[in-house]
Write a protein that binds this ligand. Structure first.
Ligand code: SAM
Ligand code: SF4
Length: 361
């Protein structure tokens, strides 16, 4: 009996110590996380690894593409890795690779593998148009990518070619299958409904969640650079998206869990998956914004919709040390605005020379 009581006390003391150590570790981590002047914890970095793309979506890119910023100006993977490593040491816990189309850049897979080996093990995700995913999904998973968001605006092949100025719906669908089969999960589909173009497909996309445990998200069209081929009036506001969803089946809003992303999430009655609405323009979720963006030519952008940028490429190439990078990173966090001013800009978002693929949407 005395033996059992003794063993039990040792166990309880051990559990107590473990919990104390965990609490201490959490507190230390919290200390290192970067907070901005509005007390938001900035722990998410979106990295544009290239501004090039194999599609030409009419709301994102001009037909002729973008004059490639070329090897001279584009950050090398070594340079991006240095920035990411310092950011992670400063408390960044999630990294999303985007572009342009990230899968067109050679050397992406070994780069992802290195990021995954960082001791802090940041969550690593990627946004892709899916065209090259069928070929790359297995390797992406093998080196440690956790999940992927796939952008798709129509389920009709002709319309796909019309919106993206390229054929390829079948390849995107194969990419979605490959992502699922290789466990890049949970799978998120991003659709941008545009009035008079594809907004009539909202219900078809939402119905996919009856059969599939996906998150199908509808992103309000943002008229960056004047909207390129689609005028600002083609924006299909979040309220209308929700109304379209309600016409399919009863819609239940899902309470947010964990760190809040920008999407309002719902489940259609009887569905396996969920639908999300991202009111990028009509509402702002700036109060919860936790992100910084790194452009492919090496500028830190504290807000998607504000023109302020901090040049990291020049100091990097002048041989700056990690302390200088920390200072610049913290500087970017400190100038992060309280909120964007799209309403004042009458919905026409100032991108100041960059298009969406250049900012890393
Ligand atoms: N090429 C990849 C892709 O399409 O997923 C990654 C980069 S793309 C710029 C990232 C996301 O931004 C896509 O989901 C795309 O639909 C979205 N996007 C681009 N321009 C947009 C705009 N003007 N309004 C709303 N979303 C936009
Ligand atoms: Fe390319 Fe993505 Fe822009 Fe379409 S939305 S042109 S796929 S970067």
């Amino acid at each position: 009996m005395r033996y059992l009581v003794g063993k039990c006390s040792i166990y309880l003391v051990w559990e107590g110590c473990k919990r104390y150590a965990e609490t201490l570790e959490e507190a230390v981590l919290e200390d290192f996380l970067v907070r901005d002047t509005f007390d938001r914890k900035i722990d998410y970095l979106r990295i544009s690894v290239t501004d090039r793309c194999n599609l030409r979506c009419r709301y994102c890119m001009p037909e002729e593409g973008v004059p490639s910023i070329g090897n001279g100006q584009e950050l090398s993977f070594e340079e991006i890795y240095r920035i990411a490593k310092v950011a992670v040491e400063q408390g960044v816990r999630k990294i999303r690779l985007t572009g342009g189309e990230p899968l067109v850049r050679k050397g992406l897979i070994p780069f992802i593998e290195r990021l995954c080996q960082l001791p802090q093990q940041p969550e690593l995700t990627l946004t892709s148009n899916g065209l090259l995913l069928a070929e790359q999904a297995a390797e992406l998973k093998r080196v440690g990518l956790q999940r992927v968001n796939i952008s798709l605006d129509t389920l009709d092949p002709e319309r796909f070619a019309q919106i993206t100025r390229r054929p390829g719906l079948d390849r995107v669908l194969a990419g979605i299958d490959a992502a699922e089969q290789n466990g890049l999960w949970p799978l998120k589909l991003n659709m941008v409904p545009i009035r008079g173009v594809n907004a009539d497909e909202i219900a078809d996309f939402a119905r996919l969640t009856f059969e599939r445990d996906w998150q199908v998200r509808f992103i309000e069209f943002m008229p960056v650079s004047g909207g390129l081929d689609y005028p600002p009036e083609s924006r299909f506001p979040a309220a209308e998206i929700v109304a379209a969803l309600k016409s399919i089946a009863p819609l239940q809003e899902i309470a947010r869990q964990g760190p809040a992303g920008p999407a309002r999430l719902f489940r259609l009655a009887g569905a396996k998956g969920v639908v999300g609405v991202i009111p990028a323009v009509s509402e702002h979720f700036c109060g919860k914004c936790n992100r910084l963006r790194l452009t492919s030519d090496g500028f830190l952008r504290p807000c998607l919709f504000c023109a302020d940028e901090i040049d990291l490429r020049t100091p990097l190439r002048a041989g700056c040390d990690d302390d200088e990078l920390v200072r610049l990173l913290r500087g970017a966090v400190q100038i992060k605005p309280e909120r964007h001013r799209i309403a004042e800009e009458k919905g026409n978002i100032p991108a100041r020379g960059r298009k969406m693929q250049g900012i890393g949407g």
